[in-house]
Write a protein that binds this ligand. Structure first.
Ligand SMILES: Cc1cc2nc3c(=O)[nH]c(=O)nc-3n(C[C@H](O)[C@H](O)[C@H](O)COP(=O)(O)OP(=O)(O)OC[C@H]3O[C@@H](n4cnc5c(N)ncnc54)[C@H](O)[C@@H]3O)c2cc1C
Length: 401
């Protein structure tokens, strides 16, 4: 049985480990952080394609009871006018729809399920290097330990070390010039239907929110921030700064955004938004990258986690069916590259439409109702290429897909 070292225990890592185990491999997971060090504040939308991919390896049930269904998004102009409703993908055959859940819950659920299936997870193991042997690859960690395996999968996110080890000239992530701040609040009645996101193209700041079944409001904002900030700069500016900044940016819009931020009791943190349009080399020798390490997408697409899950399942199928790992890596790239890069490009386009000047805003607000009706209405049928991606686990991957 071939052993596979999986670097990273975010979304792609535990999923690929579970899929590889099902495909007959012996995976182990190596994560740099201590357990429980996930981003506590943020939440993600998992679209139907991501849930469906988890279902291919019977892992979707680990999300049972987490988060809540969010099958629709209502887009609004800064004045509060409804521009239309878009689905977050057609429901799966059993009625399953897109779901919003805390990022930390998603991470924990996937890891716990991997552990329940007998996959070893080591924390505090930050990969810093690899050395290749004829028969395998040796992962070298910052704490001085090593781990030898037949193959190594880099599921180590947007700042991937494995990507740089595969190709030292790999392009860096691209800063998408806005920030992401999210939170949870309880305030008086707001204009929102459960299950529906309100996506507001505010005059100075994009603001999204939805209401959980218990009445809590889950919100996020994308304040523009032209120059890429360092993590230190963001930390030093601190919660009070972000609160004041959002209050200022959201003041000009009539909706409840400002009130929601004011009613948020916990500290606020800001994340810079990045993507990576294309990574020329996904694999070398016995190493390959998947998930954000290979194709990070701006959160505007809401597809990063779902793409990471799809990648994980598809890579395991390719390794199961191809005669050797080189053929498997080539088959995997053929299956995945066009799709994931299309998602990244779509995310970048949507991200850029969030902050525009007054003239473009007027045109956007006039055209958007037609666009939504045409492309994204009725459950998002025209975005079908993105949301309706079904993986059949038992189907063999053709030698030349
Ligand atoms: C603010 C924000 C909002 C988002 N919203 C959404 C959304 O609504 N929907 C959606 O689908 N996606 C969303 N995303 C994107 C989504 O979170 C990512 O696409 C997804 O987490 C990618 O999974 P991954 O496993 O590839 O990487 P990650 O989840 O980043 O996991 C990488 C893991 O590798 C570990 N690691 C890193 N380097 C090393 C190393 N050298 N050695 C060992 N371990 C290492 C990290 O600690 C981490 O645990 C959002 C992202 C952000 C930042």
């Amino acid at each position: 049985m071939k052993s596979v070292a999986v670097v990273g225990a975010g979304v792609a890592g535990p999923t690929v480990a579970m899929a590889l185990q099902r495909a007959g491999f012996e995976p182990s997971i190596h994560e740099s952080h201590a357990r429980g060090a996930d981003d506590v504040g943020a939440f993600v939308i998992l679209h139907v394609n991501g849930i469906d991919a988890l279902r291919a390896i019977d892992a979707d049930t680990c999300l049972d009871g987490l988060g809540f269904d969010t099958p629709r998004m209502r887009f609004r102009s800064g004045t509060g006018r409804s521009l239309g409703v878009a689905g977050t993908g057609m429901p799966l055959a059993d009625g399953t729809v897109g779901r919003t859940l805390r990022r930390t819950d998603l991470y924990s659920a996937l890891r716990d399920e991997a552990i329940r299936r007998g996959i070893p997870v080591e924390y505090g193991r930050r990969l810093v290097g690899v050395s290749s042997r004829k028969t395998g690859v040796v992962a070298e960690f910052a704490d001085g330990t090593t781990h030898e395996s037949d193959l190594l999968v880099g599921a180590d996110g947007i700042r991937s070390t494995v990507r740089a080890l595969i190709d030292p000239a790999a392009p860096p992530s691209r800063y998408v010039p806005n920030l992401y701040i999210s939170g949870y609040a309880r305030t008086g009645a707001v204009d929102a239907t459960p299950g529906e996101y309100q996506m507001v193209f505010g005059r100075k700041c994009f603001f999204g929110y939805t209401v959980a079944p218990d009445g809590e409001i889950w919100w996020f904002a994308n304040p523009p921030y032209p120059n890429e900030p360092s993590p230190r700069e963001l930390r030093e500016l601190g919660s009070a700064h972000w609160r004041a900044r959002l209050a200022d940016l959201l003041r000009v819009d009539p909706g409840p955004a400002r009130r929601i931020v004011e009613a948020t009791r916990h500290d606020l943190a800001a994340w810079p938004v990045y993507d990576i349009p294309t990574v020329p080399h996904w694999h070398r020798d016995r190493m390959i990258v998947i998930g954000d390490a290979a194709h990070a997408t701006s959160p505007a697409a809401g597809q990063g986690a779902s793409m990471a899950i799809e990648d994980a399942v598809e890579l395991a199928r390719c390794l199961r069916d191809a005669p050797g790992h080189q053929q498997a890596f080539a088959a995997y790239e053929k299956l995945r590259r066009e799709r994931v890069e299309r998602v990244v490009a779509t995310g970048a386009k949507w991200s850029n439409s969030k902050t525009v000047g007054p003239v473009t805003r007027m045109i956007r607000d006039a055209v958007m109702p037609f666009m939504i009706k045409h492309y994204a209405g009725d459950g998002g049928a025209s975005l079908g290429w993105m949301h309706h991606h079904h993986i059949v686990w038992d189907e063999r991957v053709p030698a030349r897909p």
